[in-house]
Ligand binder design. Structure first.
Ligand SMILES: *[C@@H]1O[C@H](CO)[C@@H](O)[C@H](O)[C@H]1NC(C)=O
Ligand SMILES: *[C@@H]1O[C@H](CO)[C@@H](O)[C@H](O)[C@H]1NC(C)=O
Ligand SMILES: *[C@@H]1O[C@H](CO)[C@@H](O)[C@H](O)[C@H]1NC(C)=O
Ligand SMILES: *[C@@H]1O[C@H](CO)[C@@H](O)[C@H](O)[C@H]1NC(C)=O
Ligand SMILES: *[C@@H]1O[C@H](CO)[C@@H](O)[C@H](O)[C@H]1NC(C)=O
Ligand SMILES: *[C@@H]1O[C@H](CO)[C@@H](O)[C@H](O)[C@H]1NC(C)=O
Ligand SMILES: *[C@@H]1O[C@H](CO)[C@@H](O)[C@H](O)[C@H]1NC(C)=O
Ligand SMILES: *[C@@H]1O[C@H](CO)[C@@H](O)[C@H](O)[C@H]1NC(C)=O
Ligand SMILES: *[C@@H]1O[C@H](CO)[C@@H](O)[C@H](O)[C@H]1NC(C)=O
Length: 727
């Protein structure tokens, strides 16, 4: 599958495993697969899902069937993305299904280290990365405490003439920091808003990191960001009222109700064990969690965005148990008579060793009734994942972790749950989708049929009667959608078109210097014309598969709400508006390279590119050949942090009290010179190096060794019985 350079092989050969691993280290590595990935931040811009940060564990497969998990800590600063035109199934190689790019220049900048948790706010045209835990290092300076990183993919709003897709850093307003994690995030593209509800912080609101676990205090804040102005976000930090309790890793769902929508906060826990994995929870913490955490499912918190008022509302029905680290999406009946929040997976915040949930529950609004929609299995379960509704009837589940980092996720790091049939589908295919239909199990409770017509349109009693008035107001803004995505056949003709357009763009850029402005103008004119024509034919074809008109209407087609993943929606502008600004952006970004060399592009971060190419993520404007990696090989000195490895588990033997936990992947902080991307692939080299420098020659090499190593820590049992990696 993967071919290695001769040098890599030689190094592999040198890195003999002295720890007497059961895996035959002379065996040939035959593949490298994505194993589990929790704590990631995911969102969608048009037809592309971005996956950032988190703890990504890869599994190296050997000829003899052995597997050895590795985690390089993503010190090169990669962001992954999925083009929703790409079909896949459980046997797909997600290393190729997902593309990657370095973030904002990768290690060349200190702006984009790998965060665990936090959130990706988006309005479909740009996104911001906020919050989360750094995997601390003493070598690289962390980003400033008030810096956020944004990425603009599609131009909107004001017409900056030298705009091009790219990364930019922004400052938070005074008094605000990035020091918050494990909140519940939501994006509302039609409002250009993002929210981060509660979460965990350090006792002094100061800095913390993933290893230090200083973020052990609940935050009672609602952070919000207004993205109306491209590249100039407005941030706010509001304190929650006393009756809205703080919690870790709830789910926040934006629902199209009332003038500007409402937020519904579901689940989450207090005293989550993942922040007390050194000390363990004491009895009073456990009692506290068992007392309070279930109430976050029984009584949900509702926030009216327009009036900024919080309400509590009791729920009825099949109320799920306490959960944290789960995910959610929203699907609305086509007539808007019910808004159905699907939640999936998660764990209880108490049992570090436990098998997470694999169940799907639906909370239907405005009846506030829970229904258990799907009973999962003990092998497929996951927590720490994210969900995005990519089609009206399909929710993709990204990442997560099953029990511990040595367990690869069943059916792969992306699975597809069908919101209509209430089953996991075996595959994702962009040409296969349907409109949302309210499942029978739900209409049995709320009345009506698959297309809506719910007869129960209020809870059995309003906990706060003022909330009834909020639900009486209809949401009237348009929610844009970007499905259906090019499926493979359609992709062919499109690729052609794009190829030409890209080519034209490049030529225009070159000619610019030579022949001057006249040619640019001509080029722009041709380009726009081509663009407009394509746009027109495109919007015609998009109408085919379903009733486009209807889908553009408010609730039609389950516009969805952005939950952690705003699903396929966009700015409040209707698609026509979006398209026209898009045309402008093309006209003005004809030659990004030229702009860069000019040096005064407002949103570009030239200083951070250093020796790598501009870190542009893919949009329909800049796909060229498919060369995903623009950064040159990095010298070991450039990437100061050691790759994380199983070794860190062994370190718990030798004094470091690290316990893999729900954030179960051990990460090593040892400052050992490391390793280019090649070493990621042939990670033994770096392990060997580390072990040598640490004087620790015991190197676990595969899953069962993890088990042994960890069993000797004080966290005995976490891995016991799970040493089955290669069996
Ligand atoms: C990778 O290799 C392992 C070990 O030989 C094997 O069990 C597994 O099926 C392979 N995975 C893929 C996706 O080829
Ligand atoms: C899964 O996808 C692969 C290509 O990625 C394809 O060869 C295979 O037939 C698919 N399997 C199923 C069951 O669809
Ligand atoms: C990035 O993508 C390239 C090309 O598919 C692949 O070879 C490489 O392994 C990927 N890098 C990471 C860190 O996943
Ligand atoms: C929110 O405001 C509080 C003061 O009310 C401040 O202490 C805290 O640091 C702020 N939170 C963030 C994440 O900026
Ligand atoms: C919370 O973190 C702070 C800072 O690391 C530490 O001093 C304190 O003891 C921690 N509290 C608990 C309950 O663990
Ligand atoms: C209902 O909610 C409003 C808005 O948050 C609040 O002002 C009011 O006190 C609440 N009423 C009751 C009875 O809780
Ligand atoms: C809501 O639920 C709580 C806890 O079960 C209960 O104490 C309260 O009376 C309920 N409120 C209403 C209006 O039913
Ligand atoms: C995704 O892939 C499709 C089909 O190849 C292509 O038309 C589209 O432009 C791609 N999207 C992006 C953002 O590159
Ligand atoms: C980082 O520096 C601090 C203080 O200098 C030290 O206590 C800590 O152990 C260092 N951490 C690592 C991972 O080297």
């Amino acid at each position: 599958m993967r071919s290695f350079s001769g040098l890599a092989w030689a190094m592999l050969a040198v890195a003999v495993d002295r720890a007497a691993a059961a895996c035959n280290t002379w065996e040939k590595q035959i593949n490298l697969t994505m194993c589990n990935w929790q704590g990631l931040r995911v969102n969608v811009l048009h037809d592309t899902v971005f996956l950032d940060g988190g703890l990504l564990w890869l599994m190296k497969g050997y000829e003899d069937g052995c597997g050895s998990p590795i985690n390089d800590g993503n010190y090169q600063g990669y962001i992954y993305y999925l083009n929703l035109s790409t079909p896949f199934n459980a046997s797909s190689d997600f290393m190729t299904v997902l593309n990657n790019k370095t973030v904002a220049g990768g290690v060349a900048s200190n702006l984009a280290p790998n965060y665990v948790d936090g959130f990706m706010f988006s309005n479909d045209d740009e996104f911001y990365l906020y919050g989360g835990m750094l995997r601390a290092t003493n070598v690289t300076d962390p980003p400033a405490d008030d810096t956020v990183l944004g990425y603009e993919a599609y131009q909107y709003g004001s017409d900056a003439s030298f705009w091009a897709p790219g990364w930019h850093a922004e400052d938070l307003p005074s008094g605000m920091t990035r020091y918050i994690t494990n909140g519940a995030g939501a994006s509302a593209p039609s409002e250009n808003l993002g929210f981060y509800f509660s979460g965990m912080r350090a006792p002094d609101w100061g800095s913390f990191d993933y290893i230090g676990l200083q973020s052990n205090t609940t935050a009672n804040t609602l952070i919000s960001v207004d993205m109306s102005e491209m590249g100039d976000s407005k941030w706010a930090n509001d304190t929650l009222p006393d009756y809205i309790l703080g919690r870790s890793k709830a789910e926040l769902v934006w629902v199209p109700v009332a003038e500007s929508g409402i937020l519904v906060a579901i689940g989450g826990v207090v005293d989550p064990v993942e922040f007390f994995r050194r000390t363990k929870l004491d009895d009073s913490q456990i009692a506290n969690s068992k007392n309070i955490s279930p109430t976050f499912m029984e009584t949900v918190s509702v926030y009216d965005v327009k009036s900024q008022a919080w309400y509590l509302q009791n729920t009825t029905g099949d109320i799920p148990p306490q959960l944290t680290q789960f995910c959610s999406v929203l699907a609305s009946a086509s007539d808007g008579s019910s808004h159905n929040i699907y939640i999936y997976g998660g764990y209880d915040g108490l049992d570090y060793n436990g098998n997470p949930s694999d169940d799907v529950y639906i909370l239907s609004l405005p009846s506030f009734k829970w229904v258990k929609a799907y009973k999962g299995t003990s092998t497929h379960s996951r927590s720490g994942h994210r969900c995005i509704k990519i089609y009206p009837d399909q929710m993709l589940v990204f990442g997560g972790q099953h029990v511990d980092t040595s367990h690869c996720l069943e059916d792969g790091v992306i699975v597809n749950f069908n919101l209509n049939s209430l089953k996991f589908q075996e595959q994702y295919d962009p040409s296969q989708w349907a409109e949302y239909q309210v499942p029978k199990i739900l209409t049995d409770q709320i009345g009506g049929d698959s297309s809506g017509g719910a007869t129960i349109t209020a809870p059995s009693s309003w906990t706060n009667s003022s909330l009834e008035g909020v639900f009486d107001i209809k949401y009237t803004k348009t929610i844009a959608t970007y499905w259906p995505y090019d499926s493979t056949s359609a992709a062919e003709s499109n690729t052609k078109g794009h190829g030409l357009a890209t080519w034209a763009k490049a030529v225009i850029g070159v000619l610019c210097g030579v022949f001057g402005l006249a040619l640019i103008i001509a080029g722009i004119w041709f380009y726009r014309r081509r663009r407009r024509q394509r746009q027109e034919s495109k919007s015609q074809t998009t109408e085919d598969p379903g009733n486009m008109e209807e889908r553009k209407l408010m609730y039609a087609g389950g516009p969805t709400s952005p939950r952690p993943g705003p699903v396929s929606n966009s700015t409040g502008a209707d698609t026509g508006v979006t398209h026209s600004t898009v045309q402008d952006s093309i006209g003005t970004s004809v030659s990004p390279r030229t702009v860069e060399s000019g040096g005064d592009a407002v949103y570009e971060m030239h200083a951070f590119y250093l020796d790598s190419s501009p870190a542009e993520l893919p949009t329909q404007y800049n796909i060229t050949s498919s060369t995903p990696n623009t950064s040159p090989p990095l010298s070991p000195l450039r990437s100061p942090d050691s790759p994380v490895s199983l070794q860190s588990i062994a370190e718990s033997d030798s004094g470091q009290p690290y316990q893999p936990g729900h954030y179960r992947s051990p990460s090593s902080l040892s400052n050992v010179p490391s390793v280019s991307i090649d070493d990621v692939v042939t990670g033994r080299t770096s392990y060997f190096q580390e072990s040598f420098e640490n004087g620790n020659l015991q190197r676990p090499r595969h899953g069962s060794e993890i088990s042994e190593a960890s069993a000797s820590s004080d966290d005995r049992g976490r891995f016991s019985g799970h040493d089955t990696i290669h069996e």
